[in-house]
Design a binder for this molecule. Structure first.
Ligand code: HEM
Ligand code: HEM
Length: 237
C-alpha cells in the first residue's frame, strides 16, 4: 500500500484510546481472576486463589473510570465521524455494500463505549466485602458479571469490524507511536492556552450546541459516570 494512503490516527486519540484500552484489559483479566478466586459457579480455570486480586481489580477499574471521560469527550466530538450517524438506519439497508460495513463498524465503536459505561457503573455499585463474605447473590454483582461478558463481546466485535473495514494497517495505525508534526505534544501547551482563552471569552456557552444525538450520548455517559462516583457515598455512609 502506498504510504500516503496508510491510515493515520491523531496522537491524542491514540493516547486516550490506548490508556483506556490498557487499563480496561487489566480490569478484564483481574476480573476473571477475582471471579475464579471467589465464585467459580460457572466453571473456570484453576488459577491460584489470590484474595488480593479483588483490590488490584478495583484499582484497574478505577483507572479506567478516570481516563474514560476524556476518551468519551474525544470520541463524541473530534472523533464523531466514527460513531453512529443520523443516516445509520438507511445505510443498514444496503446489506453487504462497503457503506454497510462502515456503518457496522461505527455501531460497534459506539457499542464499546456503552458496554464500558455499564461495566464501570455496575463496578462502582459493587460492595468490596460482598465476595470475601461469600455474598454472591447481590443484583449488582450479577449485573457486573454480565457487564464482563458484554464488554468482551463488544471488544471482539470492535476488533473484527476494524479488521474488516481496514485490515491490519488500520489496527496497527491505532498502536503505533509515530506522529505527524502537526500532532506533536510540543503544541499541546499552546493549544490548551488558546482553548482556555476562548473558554473564558464565553465559548463554553456553545459546548452543547447544537445538541446532536452524539452530544446527547456524551452527556448521558458523563452523567452516569458522575453518578457512579456519587451514589456509593450515600450507600456506605
Ligand atoms: C484492545 C485493543 C483495541 C484495538 C486494537 C482497537 C482498535 C481500534 C481501531 C483500529 C480503531 C479505528 C477504527 C475506525 O476507524 O473506526 C478504533 C477506534 C475506536 N475504538 Fe478501539 N480498539 C481497542 C480497544 C477499544 C476499547 C476497549 C474501546 C472501548 C472503550 C474502544 C473504543 C473505540 C472507539 C470509541 C473508537 C472510535 C474512536 C474515534 O475515532 O473517536 N476500543 N479502535
Ligand atoms: C469489563 C469488565 C469489568 C470492568 C471494566 C470492571 C470495573 C470495575 C470498577 C470501575 C470497579 C469500581 C472500583 C472502585 O470502587 O473504584 C469495580 C469493582 C469491582 N469489581 Fe469489577 N469490573 C469488571 C468486571 C468484573 C467481574 C467479572 C467481577 C467478578 C468477580 C468483578 C468484581 C469486582 C469487585 C468484587 C469489585 C469491588 C472491588 C473493590 O471495591 O475493591 N468485576 N470493577
Amino acid at each position: 500500500m502506498a504510504k500516503s494512503s496508510a491510515p493515520y490516527q491523531p496522537l491524542l486519540l491514540r493516547v486516550l484510546h490506548g490508556l483506556t484500552g490498557l487499563c480496561l484489559i487489566g480490569a478484564i483479566l483481574s476480573a476473571y481472576w477475582t471471579y475464579d478466586t471467589y465464585d467459580g459457579r460457572w466453571g473456570g480455570i484453576p488459577l491460584p486463589k489470590f484474595p488480593e486480586i479483588e483490590s488490584i481489580h478495583g484499582t484497574f477499574g478505577m483507572w479506567t473510570l478516570l481516563i474514560f471521560p476524556a476518551f468519551v469527550v474525544y470520541a463524541c466530538r473530534p472523533g464523531q465521524r466514527r460513531l453512529v450517524q443520523p443516516d445509520t438506519l438507511q445505510k443498514l439497508a444496503q446489506v453487504g455494500k462497503p457503506a454497510w460495513w462502515y456503518t457496522l463498524n461505527r455501531i460497534t465503536n459506539t457499542l464499546a463505549l456503552l458496554a464500558l459505561t455499564f461495566a464501570l457503573f455496575s463496578g462502582k455499585m459493587m460492595g468490596s466485602d460482598w465476595l470475601p463474605e461469600g455474598e454472591l447473590y447481590h443484583a449488582w454483582y450479577y449485573a457486573h458479571l454480565i457487564s464482563w461478558i458484554i464488554m468482551v463481546l463488544a471488544i471482539a466485535l470492535h476488533l473484527l469490524m476494524s479488521a474488516k473495514v481496514g485490515g491490519s494497517p488500520l489496527l496497527l495505525s491505532m498502536l503505533t507511536w509515530r506522529f505527524r508534526e502537526k500532532d506533536s505534544p510540543a503544541h499541546w501547551p499552546q493549544q490548551i492556552k488558546t482553548w482556555w482563552a476562548a473558554t473564558q471569552q464565553g465559548a463554553w456557552a456553545t459546548w452543547f450546541r447544537p445538541m446532536t444525538a452524539l452530544i446527547a450520548l456524551e452527556v448521558a455517559i458523563l452523567v452516569s459516570i458522575v453518578a457512579a462516583w456519587i451514589i456509593p457515598l450515600f450507600k456506605h455512609a
